[in-house]
Design a binder for this molecule. Sequence first.
Ligand code: SF4
Ligand code: SF4
Length: 191
Amino acid sequence: MSDEDREVDGKPDQPTPLRGPDEGVPPHPEGKRPSVAADITALATGLKTTLGEFFSPAVTLEYPEDKSPRSERYRGRHYLRRYENGLERCIGCELCAAACPVGCILVIAAENTDENRVSPGERYAKTYEINMLRCIFCGYCEDACPVQAIVLGPEYELSDTSREKFIYTKEKLLEPLPPDVQARLDSKGPK
Ligand code: SF4
Ligand code: SF4
């Protein structure tokens, strides 16, 4: 059977009529036909936006060489602070651990002695650890601390290569000694 003989619903199949250039184009809302001048105007408007963006300053940062500024209230990596005389602020009260909603802070306190004074209070944190994989950076620990010992800083590049490295120990959290205190301790030589 040839194509000409094929029938649909009992009627012979009709060839598809050719469509005109405006066929299928929705009518202009005001009944006007699109003009070449209107097309050029629309094209020029689009190009003006494109060129305006092309010559405006780039907003892309060359990370990691360039880093975007953090807001003052940004909550990133934790630090344990010291006083200016080098003593640790933390007094081992465990209020930060109690306030932490995910239980990722471990504090084990010990008594200060005259021979080993670590903080101004009766006790200091012998062990201080934060599991950074569980931390949600809510800042409750910072708010709960009575001596502003634990703070969240602006550092946000915290990726690492193993789960163990995300247990931040006291040694990792404690900020360095002030330079003059460090120099004084160095001048005394090793104990
Ligand atoms: S920021 Fe929040 S989740 Fe992280 S250690 Fe502090 S209290 Fe816990
Ligand atoms: S960091 Fe602050 S709240 Fe936490 S144990 Fe030390 S003194 Fe207490």
